[in-house]
Ligand binder design. Structure first.
Ligand SMILES: CC(C)(COP(=O)(O)OP(=O)(O)OC[C@H]1O[C@@H](n2cnc3c(N)ncnc32)[C@H](O)[C@@H]1OP(=O)(O)O)[C@@H](O)C(=O)NCCC(=O)NCCS
Length: 189
């Protein structure tokens, strides 16, 4: 009986380790900007754009790993052009690189003017997501297969960025507290 429990626990902590191509997990979200997304002058809020970036990145990470994923870091984001109410905003996200338990996803934001069809580049960001098991521990994830020349270039560049990022991000971590764990785990404290 005990061994059955062990097998179930092992299974719950496993994720499908099948390698995937970049094309298999990439996404493109599209959303019209309404007044609720913007300031009184009609400029879309930067925070709303960041939310779209995080959502698009998280979808790619979840498609690649089929597990719970969290954002570990967002690299610098410059808003190089504005987006306005009435624009169709796209978040184009794809997997650049996979480490052991983390992965880098690149997200490009574009705004389409629906009157002309013209696309404007709003900004791009690199995000790192970590896959977690049911106990919120980082879990090993499948490798990615870069196929095109562009995907191979992004893979190489992401590897270099990861080295620089990890050098900088040695923030000290607080002890876990009972009020920031999942509600169903509160009774363990
Ligand atoms: C992200 C998190 C799971 C990392 O936990 P940790 O105890 O540092 O785990 P590890 O040291 O084992 O690192 C796990 C992976 O994350 C990577 N990582 C950790 N901190 C990172 C950071 N600041 N930037 C980029 N990658 C990071 C590590 O390099 C490692 O990747 P690898 O396995 O591919 O080499 C943890 O910090 C966390 O839960 N943060 C909160 C996440 C969250 O809630 N995000 C939403 C916003 S509130």
């Amino acid at each position: 009986m005990k061994s059955n429990i062990l097998i179930i626990e092992l299974y719950e902590n496993m994720i499908e380790m099948e390698e995937k191509t970049v094309a298999e997990t990439r996404v493109e979200l599209a959303q019209i900007m309404y007044p609720e997304h913007a300031n009184p002058a009609g400029n879309v809020h930067g925070g709303y754009i960041l939310k779209l970036i995080d959502q698009a990145g998280a979808i790619v990470a979840a498609r690649h790993t089929h597990s719970n994923v969290v954002t570990a870091s967002v690299d610098r984001m410059d808003f190089i052009s504005p987006a306005f109410i009435g624009n169709l905003v796209f978040a184009k996200a794809s997997l650049n690189y996979v480490g052991k338990t983390s992965m880098e996803i690149g997200v490009r934001i574009e705004a389409e003017c629906l009157k002309t069809g013209r696309h404007t580049h709003i900004g791009s960001a690199y995000l790192t997501f970590v896959a977690l098991d049911k106990d919120d521990n980082p879990i090993e994830i499948p490798k990615v297969i870069p196929e095109t020349e562009e995907e191979k270039r992004r893979y190489e560049e992401a590897q270099q960025r990861r080295k620089r990022r990890l050098k900088k991000s040695r923030a000290s971590k607080d002890e876990p507290q009972s009020c920031i764990v999942r509600p169903e785990k509160l009774e363990e404290f």
